[in-house]
Write a protein of this length. Structure first.
Length: 139
């Protein structure tokens, strides 16, 4: 699987009676078997305020890679796909439970994430051989 792009953004209210401004969207675009796909993860914006509870990151941007600021919302879809490779077959994922959201971030090898963003920027993609390479294994 070739990861082509990881990005996140805050939704904005389109109409006065909607609640988009309470949510963020994170997207990962990848190519698998010659087919380009995008997974959209919609989640409650509040989780961006508490990510320090379940990640080693202390503030946004979570890291700067080759001059590019990477925000927490940029890694959400990536982490979800790494933790649950079955999401490759889905287009959308909605998470509104803090417990479910935090579970995606357990046992992730955060030290390897900057390499994905560096490769995307320098080589227009990152070849993901196995999602297990990004999951910490019990000792």
């Amino acid at each position: 699987m070739l990861i082509k792009e990881c990005k996140g953004y805050e939704l904005e209210k389109e109409q006065s009676n909607t609640s988009e401004d309470f949510f963020n969207r994170s997207e990962i675009t990848f190519k698998e078997d010659g087919v380009e796909k995008t997974l959209h993860v919609l989640y409650v914006r509040y989780f961006d305020e508490i990510f320090t509870e379940f990640t080693p990151y202390q503030n946004d941007p979570i890291f700067v890679q080759d001059g590019q600021e990477v925000m927490f919302k940029d890694i959400v879809a990536l982490v979800c796909l790494l933790k649950n490779p079955g999401l490759r077959e889905r287009k959308r994922l909605y998470i509104n439970s803090k417990q479910e959201f935090a579970s995606y971030f357990q046992n992730v090898n955060y030290h390897k994430l900057p390499g994905i963003f560096l490769s995307i920027k320098q080589s227009n993609g990152y070849e993901l051989r196995s999602p297990l390479d990004f999951i910490l294994q019990p000792q």
